[in-house]
Write a protein that binds this ligand. Structure first.
Ligand SMILES: *Cc1c(COP(=O)(O)O)cnc(C)c1O
Ligand code: SF4
Length: 371
């Protein structure tokens, strides 16, 4: 069955047979990928400029994620993250397709080895939903493809030869768009390398296609522990009943869940939204891990905020919400991730250090008298 219904049909999901709505294959097959589909579902929307943006960066929106769009314009965070916009055509000259220089740190196809003890595998270029702010558009805007068996063997050999790699991150694209069998072939291959200690998976499916978190997937993942997962919630409206359930299933399977948020203008660029998001996340046992400054990639100029803005948000969070709800704010770039903190040290000498808190209160710490 194709997408052939109106916005109201999609929004009232009970008009779909429940079995289909909750089947992730159905969600993948029925992703909104073209202008005519978009027009059919949102008949009264102004779609000017979207056509041109679509030529640059592909679109795919699961019916589930589309059902979270409440207003079809750029006041809606879900709309902003998923529907192409004319502003994607504007990129200043300093913008690069690979600002993190990942391709220079790729010793074998599909593997990035930037940090000594960690390596990242790009398992697939497919995602359930293509985030308009994606930092790996050079991958996710290409034809959908995944690692071949011989490429996986080459990666495994590299891991064997590089026993300093203890932490392997399976990323993409979104690895949970792969079949459970295909994903298992990657996990078992990585797990067979004795020097690898932990496996991390980066997936946005708990947010964009929570029905992917099936019993079948969980029983497979449990065979490869220790497995950690980082997901990608950006806004409190994404924490639906379905998304919360998906996270609960993962955590109950013994998988620690972290979250990586991207700071996006017009989506989540206030300390209220980020604060509420982080609080909502810990309630569903997801630990806010990183808050990323938006990377300097093409097509995201309208999403970028000044770094001072992010620092102010961090200053507002500290002391106001639970410490376990506070992520590390990082700026990523050609030399890797750099954590950024609000300045708290005013001055420091051999005898004492003067610090200030987020309210501007001053405190003096006497340095040790024995050194
Ligand atoms: C972010 C990243 C990692 C993991 O970094 P952590 O700070 O350990 O989460 C590993 N490899 C690459 C290429 C990365 O971009
Ligand atoms: S899920 Fe991740 S890789 Fe896929 S489009 Fe979104 S940010 Fe990019």
């Amino acid at each position: 069955m194709g997408i052939r219904s109106s916005l109201s049909t999609i929004l009232t999901q009970n008009t779909w047979p429940t079995a289909q709505w909750s089947d992730w294959h159905w969600q993948m097959q029925n992703r909104i990928k073209s202008m005519p589909q978009l027009q059919l579902i949102f008949p009264n929307a102004d779609l000017t400029g979207i056509d041109d943006a679509l030529k640059l960066f592909q679109m795919a929106i699961t019916p589930y994620y589309a059902s979270l769009i409440k207003k079809f314009d750029n006041t809606d965070p879900i709309f902003n993250m998923s529907v192409p916009q004319a502003s994607e055509l504007i990129s200043p000259p300093f913008i690069k397709t690979d600002p993190l220089d990942e391709d220079h740190h790729s010793p074998v196809h599909g593997l990035i080895h930037r940090y000594g003890d960690r390596a990242l595998i790009m398992a697939t270029s497919t995602c359930a939903m293509y985030c308009r702010h994606c930092t790996r558009k050079r991958i996710t805007s290409a034809a959908e493809s995944c690692l071949m068996a011989d490429q996986l063997d080459a990666i495994k050999n590299y891991l064997i030869q590089h026993s300093e790699i203890k932490d392997v991150i399976i990323s993409g694209g979104d690895p949970f768009t792969l079949s459970t069998d295909k994903l298992e072939s990657i996990l078992s291959s990585v797990r067979s390398v004795s020097s690898v200690e932990i496996i991390r998976i980066g997936t946005r499916t708990p947010v964009t296609m929570p029905m992917r978190i099936t019993d079948e997937l969980i029983s497979m993942l449990k065979r490869y522990h220790p497995v950690w997962i980082n997901t990608h919630f950006n806004h409190p409206v994404e924490i639906t009943k379905e998304a919360a359930e998906a996270c609960t299933i993962l955590v109950d399977a013994g998988i620690p869940l972290g979250n990586q948020t991207v700071l996006l203008r017009g989506v989540n660029d206030t300390s209220e939204i980020i604060g509420n998001l982080c609080r909502d996340l810990i309630r569903i046992r997801v630990r806010p891990y990183y808050l990323f400054q938006c990377d300097m990639v093409p097509g995201v100029e309208h999403f970028r905020t000044p770094i001072t803005h992010g620092i102010n948000i961090m200053r507002n969070l500290r002391g106001r919400i639970s410490g376990i709800a506070i992520p590390t704010y990082v700026v990523d770039g050609n030399i890797g991730k750099i954590p950024v903190l609000p300045d708290s040290i005013i001055s420091s000498d051999a005898t004492n250090t003067t610090l200030c808190d987020s309210n501007g209160n001053i405190m003096i710490y006497q340095e040790p008298s024995i050194n």
